[in-house]
Ligand binder design. Structure first.
Ligand SMILES: [Cu+2]
Length: 123
């Protein structure tokens, strides 16, 4: 009985310390909106291209979500993420379709500059 209580206490202790440690690290990211940030690092848009699958389309807000493969230009691994895109680009593809795309990445967000189905349309 005593042993069980001791074990429970020992197990609980590290968990408690971990929980306390997290808030203490918070101040690191205290200034997310530093006005100097944009000046120090002018937004130089990078162009990149890749392929992926359309996982979500939001025509109203001009967004498209792609499950894309690795993108060498940006040193990105494969991931799922959203991009802004104009209506013409969004309307040129379908949900679940494999696509080829080009984006302009400003360091924070990506904008689709070219989007087309990977496979030619069947006829
Ligand atoms: Cu990505």
């Amino acid at each position: 009985m005593k042993n069980i209580l001791m074990t429970a206490t020992l197990l609980a202790l590290p968990l408690g310390l971990t929980a306390c440690g997290k808030p203490a690290e918070a101040p690191k990211a205290e200034t997310p909106t530093d006005p100097m940030a944009d000046m120090a690092m002018p937004a130089e848009a990078k162009m990149a291209k890749g392929t992926g699958t359309v996982t979500a389309i939001d025509t109203a807000s001009g967004k498209i979500t792609l499950n894309h493969g690795p993108i060498a230009e940006l040193e990105w691994p494969a991931m799922k993420m959203g991009f802004s895109a104009d209506a013409a680009a969004i309307n040129s593809v379908k949900l679940g379709e494999r696509v080829r795309f080009e984006i302009e990445w400003n360091g924070k967000t990506g904008r689709i500059t070219k989007l087309e189905p990977l496979e030619p349309p069947s006829r």
